[in-house]
Design a protein around this ligand. Structure first.
Ligand code: ZN
Length: 678
């Protein structure tokens, strides 16, 4: 592993922090924490922490000894000084005399000794940092150290590799007991550069930031060199079908199976999940291995993965192309057996607890699909990505472990203790979900106007949003460049969305454009062109949506942007109004034909919205032609109020939430009796 320390960068960090009144100790602590956090083979999603012991003034101005230690919620790769809250050191060190300390009491004493009451919670490994005497302490979950120690004879291997340079600490769950144990071992070995926590990770210590960091790199490099000596072939392949179905076909089936049916409210209220797909040669070798049932079901490579990924992943059957029904049947059987095993695992270990735990949902957070790759599963795209990152790390660590010997992690009772750790449970259940969380929404024509407002509104409600538009260069977030009048492009876009998020729940078919012409004289080409975008594109979007929705079996919601023209034609607007009228009818036809699948279909009838359809120039022209001010023209409705793109977006959102409404049209036009539906 490369040593990335640079004197120049260190000096720059000191200067930048000095300008903010932050001292050299903390500046260098931020600098090397970022170096460690930027390397995924050392630190991934909270899997590590750092500290420095320094002196800071309290409110009276007198300097006191503090421990600046990584705070929860900060990413080491991008950490800043406030991410290393200062805790009074002496009260922490006094805890060493205790025999035991509950996690809750530990968190409380850490918080009550913060210099800043608004600072984040100090790391759960804070006491370990406090008890050790060294000024700078670095902790990572290095892949190489895990591959080396996640072995039946991991202790002997580690002793051989690190010799006198590091002391070994047997596995103890993080918290007070681990802090005590580590302190005891460190005192017995005062000259070591680091401490190897078997089946967990590694600490390095130093008098300076550079020394602690370089020791971490050196120790990890020793482990890497040992692993590099092994050339054994691993993961002998299982026999798989020659043609494997695509991720786009497989994901909605798995998403439908994993999403738990709600006790009340039917398909609409199912507990959905969002997916993240990963594949590549290393993943394919791992998921396609003959012995996948052994090495994939041992448990996490380092304990804290269990909080995000549960103890073990689901192994799905290999999906043969063209035989998706068989895949769905076999995958359901595999999931049923996973869920049964999870309940049994919970019951087995819960019986041993002094205070009974509340069982978490039994759904896997990683799905391995032989021949295809792996899916991370989460309550949001962000969580699914984290699960997928951890799964990829697992593949790398287990590969090296198997090349060296046999992968073996901590035993099941210890995995349970981490998965059901009260501190982590509190963290995970704290956040209330937004109304459309776990839903995947697609907005066509989402780059501007009503579409952009709609995409933003659905994102605010917690949905994962995919924007389709001809030009998506200015779209922030997930977007696909797509001409919706090209059925092949629409299909490819839906496949990409299914492969990216796992499926689709809500589709807002919004893309449209206005063509004008007196209907008896208009060029046929103009009328046909308008029908392509204002009718056929809606049909092709809805058809693809239904294809994915039916594969999921979770119901779904189609929303169409109709227009006032669909019910109240305007002079010379035939080329626009005719296909829009057909689209309004299309919305009702989908409501009728797919109601029994739980798929709802509704439309919004908007009028006179400032957008790509009705440009500022057009507004100026039209208001002038009518002898009105622009404000009077735009507010020329029963309520006398201008209607905005966001008003239309809110109508789409309310229809998406209206679980028992289908075949409806909502008008968003400030009131226009001539366009009122009857
Ligand atoms: Zn750790």
């Amino acid at each position: 592993m490369d040593n990335l320390w640079s004197d120049q960068d260190a000096k720059a960090a000191i200067a930048q922090h000095a300008a903010k009144g932050i001292g050299e100790d903390l500046a260098l602590r931020v600098y090397t924490t970022r170096l460690l956090g930027g390397e995924p083979r050392l630190v991934l999603h909270g899997g590590g922490n750092t500290s420095v012991k320094t002196r800071l003034p309290d409110i009276t101005g007198s300097a006191i000894d503090v421990l600046c230690v990584k705070g929860s919620g900060w990413d080491m790769g991008t950490i800043e000084a406030p991410g290393l809250p200062a805790v009074r050191l002496d009260p922490l060190r006094e805890l060493r005399s205790l025999q035991a300390l509950s996690d809750e009491d530990m968190v409380n004493v850490q918080r009550t000794n913060l210099l800043d009451s608004k600072a984040p919670n100090p790391s759960v490994e804070t006491l370990l940092h406090a008890f050790l005497p060294h000024k700078f302490i670095d902790h990572t979950h290095s892949n190489a150290v895990l591959s080396l120690t996640d072995q039946p004879d991991g202790e002997a291997l580690a002793r051989d590799v690190f010799g006198r340079r590091a002391a070994l600490v047997p596995y103890v769950m993080p918290g007070f007991a681990l802090a005590k144990k580590t302190d005891e071992i460190a005192r017995a070995n005062p000259d070591v550069e680091g401490l190897v926590l078997l089946k967990h990770g590694i600490f390095s210590m130093g008098a300076t930031a550079e020394e602690a960091y370089v020791r971490m790199i050196d120790l990890v490099t020793l482990a890497e060199k040992r692993l590099a000596r092994e050339t054994r072939k691993i993961f002998p392949g299982a026999t798989l079908p020659k043609d494997i179905a695509s991720a786009a076909e497989v994901a909605p089936i798995l998403r439908g199976l994993l999403s738990q049916p709600a006790k009340a409210g039917g398909r609409e209220a199912a507990q959905r999940f969002v997916f993240e797909f990963r594949t590549g040669p290393d993943i394919l070798a791992y998921v396609g291995g003959k012995e996948i049932a052994r090495y994939s079901q041992q448990g996490p490579v380092t304990p804290d993965h269990a909080i995000r990924t549960k103890g073990v992943p689901l192994v799905a059957p290999a999906p043969q192309a063209g035989k998706l029904d068989l895949f769905a049947k076999e995958a359901k059987a595999a999931l049923d057996s996973y869920v049964g095993a999870y309940h049994a695992y919970f019951a087995r270990h819960n019986a041993q607890q002094l205070v009974p735990k509340k069982e978490l949902d039994p759904i896997p957070r990683v799905v391995l699909v032989p021949g295809l790759g792996l899916f991370g599963v989460g309550n949001s795209s962000k969580d699914a990505k984290i699960a997928a990152d951890l799964a990829e790390t697992t593949v790398a660590v287990v590969a090296d472990a198997e090349r060296l010997g046999t992968y073996q992690c901590i035993p099941e009772p210890d995995i349970f203790d981490i998965e059901y750790w009260s501190l982590e449970q509190a963290k995970l259940s704290a956040a209330a979900e937004k109304p459309l969380a776990r839903r995947i929404a697609v907005v066509t024509g989402g780059a501007s106007g009503i579409g952009a407002a709609t995409a933003a509104a659905f994102a605010r409600e917690g949905a994962e949003v995919a924007v389709l538009d001809r030009d998506v260069s200015k779209v922030k977030g997930f977007a696909i460049a797509c001409d919706v009048t090209d059925p092949k492009a629409v299909r490819a876009a839906f496949d990409k969305i299914a492969a990216t998020y796992g499926g689709v729940d809500i589709v807002i078919s919004n893309a449209g454009a206005a063509w004008q012409g007196k209907i008896g004289e208009v060029d046929e080409a103009v009328l046909r062109q308008s029908f392509e975008l204002n009718f056929w594109a809606h049909q092709s979007v809805a058809q693809n949506a239904v294809r994915v929705l039916k594969a999921q079996g979770l119901g779904g919601c189609l929303l169409f942007n109709a227009s006032k023209q669909a019910v109240n034609p305007g002079t010379d607007f035939g080329p626009y109004g005719l296909p829009k009228a057909a689209t309004l009818f299309l919305s009702r036809q989908y409501a009728l034909d797919y109601g029994s699948d739980g798929i709802r279909s509704n439309a919004v009838n908007a009028d006179r919205i400032r957008s790509g359809l009705l440009t500022d120039d057009m507004i100026a022209q039209r208001s002038k032609a009518r002898g009105l001010s622009e404000a009077d023209y735009m507010g020329g409705n029963l309520l006398g109020l201008e209607v905005t793109a966001d008003d239309v977006a809110q109508a789409f959102v309310s229809l998406a939430k209206a679980a028992k409404t289908t075949g409806a049209v909502i008008t968003v036009d400030g009131g226009n009796i001539a366009a009122a539906l009857r």
